[in-house]
Design a protein around this ligand. Structure first.
Ligand SMILES: [Zn+2]
Length: 490
């Protein structure tokens, strides 16, 4: 298999919840909360860089990359150098009109939830505090009331774009990064007269393609003028597949129409355009991604959220079917970039399997030229799980226990949107398991889970070393689920 099937093989992260070194067991408090994870920044990310270097992954996106506390600027400089040495680009996530701008959090010491913001020329909050007239405004024509890390700037004001140009230039010159991933913001749009005139519809969306064209073009020019080989990744928040059965026609992950694609055509060809393909992959996709699905660009990254905190299945999701499908479809479509989440450590077997299929289907690791799932199970997973057929057995028990753990809220959600849990049947060939489990009482679920625990223990007790560890992890995970069934709150 060609090893250069994809130019861009990227892990996507927020710094506050990247958890590769759990000698610091605290996670951050959300993107805008206190970040106690930062003290372990280099311990987390150097481990990730080492793993990436071994598995052919050549980029790591970090949102929240620039923080003043814990000597954050120096941490980032050190990590960029370390990554470069190992062939892995460190790519800060930067917001043009949102997500804090280029310098995410300028507070040097007191970073508690209520600690006030501090000044930095390339923090979006600092900029808008000096120029409140450049803020985005809500539909009621008043400025948005957000926390200071979520300020919103108006995308139609050239002063904001000029400020972002200066901020980007500083980032490339001062921190010497090898690229960035840019976003305009996906939580609200500006309703000033200039923006509404430009937008021509889509008023109800939380982002607009129209807001991306000029800013991304200018930003890309700045980046390339400073560092010609830098990666300028531009997020669209959208899918290039056809909507097919997907009723979602607007907002994050929706398929955009040809008219909107044609707007994006104005972006410079060296831009790397990033797409959200979650709804077009997996065992029961809603969008259709086939040979007729096109993007107008030379450089594209397909990205999904599987195996992260941002899916219903949670960060321990066994997501090999979605990830494998995305990588395979990307190859068939001549997409030259792929991205998945990287916040979870491969010490967790589901995360490990997710990274391994990402790598193998990209042309690294064990040879698998046709991206065959059967080959992946047999040559890569089975030796890790104790022998022939053992990884499918692990998968069957894990998915069964996972479905049995569905709480009432998830049951309701699953009934409304079957793509979340019902497709898992297909992975383990057990029709209607969700329906069967949902009709069980908590005592019946406990009994069902105890049966799975007994099967798992029977296997783990016969194994040793790393294979035993993966089964023991499952056994412990099932006991945690059993506790929930045993202590049900009415
Ligand atoms: Zn505006």
């Amino acid at each position: 298999m060609k090893q250069d099937a994809f130019d861009y093989r990227v892990l996507w992260t927020w710094d506050y919840c990247t958890f590769w070194d759990d000698s610091n067991f605290i996670r951050g408090f959300g993107a805008t909360g206190e970040n106690k994870r930062r003290r372990s920044f280099l311990d987390d990310y150097k481990r990730m860089v080492d793993f990436c270097a071994v598995h052919g992954i050549n980029g790591i996106v970090i949102w929240g990359a620039l923080r003043a506390h814990n000597d954050g600027e120096q941490q980032l400089k050190d990590l960029v150098r370390y990554g470069r040495m190992k062939g892995v680009r460190i790519l800060p996530g930067v917001g043009l009109f949102s997500y804090g701008g280029v310098y995410y959090d300028a507070r040097k010491n007191n970073i508690g939830m209520t600690a006030p913001p501090e000044y930095h020329p390339y923090s979006l909050h600092s900029w808008l505090k000096e120029h409140p007239e450049l803020s985005a405004i809500a539909a009621d024509k008043k400025p948005y009331a957000t926390g200071f890390l979520s300020d919103l700037a108006c995308p139609s004001r050239i002063e904001n774009i000029e400020w972002f140009k200066r901020a980007l230039a500083w980032l490339f010159q001062e921190i010497d990064v090898d690229g960035v991933q840019m976003e305009v913001g996906d939580y609200a749009v500006c309703h000033c007269d200039l923006c509404e005139k430009k937008r021509k519809g889509h008023e109800n969306s939380v982002f607009c393609i129209e807001d991306m064209i000029e800013p991304y073009t200018i930003a890309c020019d700045v980046i390339k003028s400073i560092k010609p080989d830098a990666w300028a990744i531009c997020e669209t928040y959208s899918s290039f597949a056809s909507p097919h059965q997907d009723n979602k026609r607007e907002g994050f992950g929706a398929a955009i129409d040809e008219k909107q694609k044609s707007l994006l055509r104005a972006l410079p060809q060296e831009t790397i355009v990033q797409w959200v393909m979650d709804r077009a992959v997996g065992l029961a996709p809603l969008q259709k991604w086939d040979e007729y699905s096109s993007t107008p660009f030379k450089n594209n990254i397909s990205r999904i959220h599987a195996g992260s905190q941002h899916t219903l299945h949670g960060p321990d999701e066994w997501a090999i079917h979605s990830i494998g499908d995305m990588v395979q479809k990307s190859r068939q479509s001549a997409i030259n970039g792929i991205s998945i989440f990287g916040e979870e450590s491969p010490a967790s077997p589901p995360s490990e399997a997710n990274y391994l299929i990402f790598s193998e289907f990209s042309g690294y690791g064990n040879p698998n030229p046709n991206c065959s799932m059967n080959t992946f199970y047999a040559q890569t997973l089975d030796p890790l799980y104790g022998g022939s057929g053992m990884s499918r057995e692990w998968e069957r028990i894990y998915i069964s226990g996972h479905i049995a753990r569905l709480n009432k809220q998830l049951q309701t959600k699953t009934a409304k949107d079957p793509r979340h849990f019902h497709p898992l049947h297909l992975a383990i060939d057990q029709p209607d398991l969700v329906d069967i489990v949902c009709s069980m009482s908590s005592q019946e679920r406990q009994k069902y889970t105890l049966k799975l625990i007994a099967e798992t223990h029977d296997i783990s007790s016969k194994l040793s070393g790393e294979s035993c560890r993966r089964w023991s992890w499952l056994e412990n995970w099932l006991w945690r689920a059993e506790y929930l069934h045993r202590t049900i709150i009415t």
